[in-house]
Structures are given as C-alpha cells and as structure tokens.
Design a protein around this ligand. Structure first.
Ligand code: SAM
Length: 236
C-alpha cells in the first residue's frame, strides 16, 4: 500500500471525506490517507498527527517525496493536540486503532471539536463504547460500513454534531444503529464469529472450579442478543 494505492479499508475511509474538507488525520502513520486525498484533488489542506517519532518521520518523508509541504502539515502530537484552531479543521479521521483509544483521544480533545462537522472513525475493536460516547456528546451516526480485508472485518463510523438529543440502546451501540438495519454477509460473518467466541468463553467459565457468576451471566445475555439478531437477519 502507498498513497497512490490505498488499502480497501483506507479507501473506504477516504471515500467518506467530503470534497474540499480541511482534514485532520490523527494517528496518520505514513500519512497515506491525506496524501492520497491531496493528490487526487479531493482536499487541499490537511494536518497529519502522530504521537510516535518513527511514524512521524515516515510522514515527513512522505510529504517531501510527494512535494506536498504547502498542503499537508505533519505534527508530532498526542491526539487532537495536533489541531490548531487556525487550521479551521472541519473533518477528523481517526482510523486503525482500538475504539477505546479513539474514544480517549476524542474525549481529551473536545475543545478541538467545536468547529468540526464530521468525524470519520474506523475502530478495529471496541465499537460499542465509541458509539455510546458519540451519543453522549451529541454526535449522530449518519453512515456506517462494514468491510472485510485480509481476513479482518472493519467497521467505519461517520458522525456529525447535532443539537438534538442522541441515544443508542444497547443493541444499537453494540451492532451499530445503521449496520443492524442493513445486515448483510460480512455483518453476519462477524457476529457468527463473535458468537462462537462467546460460546467458547461460556463453556470455559462453566467448567471453572469457581464459576464467575456475574461475568457468566453477562456473556449469556450477550450470546442471547447475538442469536436474536442473527436469527432476524435473513439478508444473505
Ligand atoms: N491511521 C492509519 C491507518 O488507519 O492505516 C494508521 C493506523 S496505525 C495502526 C495507528 C497509529 O496511531 C500509529 O502510527 C500510532 O503511533 C498512532 N497513535 C496511537 N495513539 C495516538 C495518539 N494518542 N495520538 C496520535 N497518534 C496516535
């Protein structure tokens, strides 16, 4: 993969960036995503943030190699500290990390989100907590996608700020308020795998010398919920 040929996952993230956005890509690593969007004329300003020196140096190399230094600003910074108010960032991408870390980054940098119109998030795991955070902070999920690449299933969550109250029940937070409506083969595949994993965990707990009662009943409730959703999903 490089800035000319994004992975399927990053291409799907890129497709959610509106034309002309002022983008911040947090945890950008090689900065392939903003470089790609600049090279294809989709945007003309981006900040690429990185907290680790190695990936930050990768970004510097990419910016120099592509001659993008007037348009792509690499910053070594933790989370949304990479954004300055003068940047007038309106779109933030955080991709390829756990949902807990994405939530932490958003929560710690709330002052940088006041003018942001679109969050494009691609958590590798831990989507449920992230969706709950979005609802609590008045971000409405306007688009969700699930895709498979190299035997991994990825979810993309796009959210926009709203003045209206937002609430997702347990089922919506876990499966995705829009993904649960769409269903489909990859959705089914993901949850069949999760179901098998949880059922195995239940067997292990039931066979333990000291049964962890609370944990066991949480897993049993989750299995019941997944079974219900899979039974109701006849799409593919
Ligand atoms: N966003 C790219 C993608 O989706 O392909 C790179 C994902 S890479 C697995 C995650 C990157 O996030 C790493 O380069 C890591 O150093 C960076 N990162 C982790 N925590 C961060 C934080 N708090 N602030 C900025 N970057 C962070």
């Amino acid at each position: 993969m490089d800035a000319e040929n994004l992975s399927k996952r990053l291409a799907a993230v890129a497709a959610q960036v509106p034309k002309g956005s002022r983008l911040a890509d947090i945890g950008s690593d090689h900065a392939y995503l903003p470089a790609h969007l600049l090279m294809t004329g989709q945007i003309d300003f981006a900040v690429a943030g990185e907290v680790v020196v190695g990936p930050y140096e990768n970004m510097l190399k990419e910016v120099a190699h592509r001659g993008l230094s007037d348009h792509l600003i690499p910053r070594l910074a933790n989370g949304l500290d990479a954004i300055k108010l003068d940047d007038k960032i309106d779109t933030v991408v955080i991709a390829g990390m756990g949902g807990t870390l994405i939530t932490k980054i958003l929560d710690a940098g709330q002052d940088k989100l006041v003018n942001v119109k679109r969050l494009i998030l691609q958590p590798n795991v831990g989507e449920e907590g992230l969706r709950k955070w979005l609802a609590n902070q008045h971000f409405e999920i306007v688009h969700e996608e699930i895709l498979e690449e190299d035997d991994h299933v990825y979810e993309i969550i796009v959210a926009t700020p709203t003045l209206n109250p937002v609430a997702y029940n347990h089922r919506e937070a876990l499966f995705g308020p829009l993904l649960i409506q769409k269903g489909g083969a990859i959705f089914k595949q993901k949850w069949q795998k999760e179901l098998a994993r949880d059922q195995y965990a239940i067997e292990q707990m039931q066979g333990a010398k000291s049964v962890p009662v609370k944990r066991l009943s949480d897993y049993q409730a989750r299995v019941k919920l997944i079974e219900e959703v899979l039974e109701n999903d006849n799409r593919n």
